[in-house]
Design a protein around this ligand. Sequence first.
Ligand code: SF4
Ligand SMILES: [Zn+2]
Length: 94
Amino acid sequence: MTTMADQEWRTKAACRNEDAELFFPERTSPYAYALPRSICSRCTVRTECLESALKQPQTNDSTGMFGGFTPDERRQIRRCRAGTCQHDHHRGQP
Ligand code: SF4
Ligand SMILES: [Zn+2]
């Protein structure tokens, strides 16, 4: 269930007054995300923003920058959390 409180963080979004298209670049070039990424980097609610996007993979995995992460990066985060990535952090602590 989505409550008002769940959405309150959006009022603090650093991108509130930015052009929304900036955060949904058509090109898949990593450079297309450079400017929105810099805005996200100074956003105080980027954790909330990322978690919100991660909860909706169907709508949010194909496009858009959320929480400072590109679609590819969010897919990777999901794989890490699911333990299906190829990183060392799932092979036991040293
Ligand atoms: S993290 Fe980025 S996309 Fe998310 S609310 Fe902040 S500025 Fe907007
Ligand atoms: Zn991983």
